[in-house]
Design a binder for this molecule. Structure first.
Ligand SMILES: [Zn+2]
Length: 118
């Protein structure tokens, strides 16, 4: 099946990060039930809560699923400012998003510290 013994290895090296990324993204969708974190419609992409250009990172705590409309509508505006102006705004939803950011940040710090000490 493989021409050289190096082929399956090369394949593994190439596939694993891609699969890992896919799984990473899938987990976020699943946690939000595949719905837009803002309006509740079907999500079509992951959105940076703090935009990349404002130093928002691509870690779990800064990503939520969003529909095309919210994603393009929010663009680079500050999340809270933008969200409050939307007809579908609710304090409960805002709380869920802030809680998501906070709990995943704590997890992120825990992992970071454990790896640094170990
Ligand atoms: Zn939406």
């Amino acid at each position: 099946m493989f021409r050289t013994e190096h082929e399956p290895l090369a394949l593994l090296v190439e596939l694993t990060p891609r699969l890992a990324k896919k799984r990473f993204r899938e987990e976020i969708y699943k946690d939000w039930d595949y719905k837009c974190a803002y309006c509740g419609d079907d999500a079509s992409s992951l959105e940076h809560i703090i935009p990349k250009y404002r130093s928002g990172c691509s870690s779990r705590h800064n990503l939520v699923p969003a529909c095309t409309k919210c994603n393009s509508n929010k663009a680079s505006e500050k999340m809270e400012t933008w969200f409050e102006k939307q007809p579908f705004f609710s304090k409960e939803k805002l709380k869920s998003i802030l809680y998501w950011m906070e709990s995943n940040t704590l997890e992120f710090i825990d992992t970071y510290i454990n790896n640094a000490i170990a």
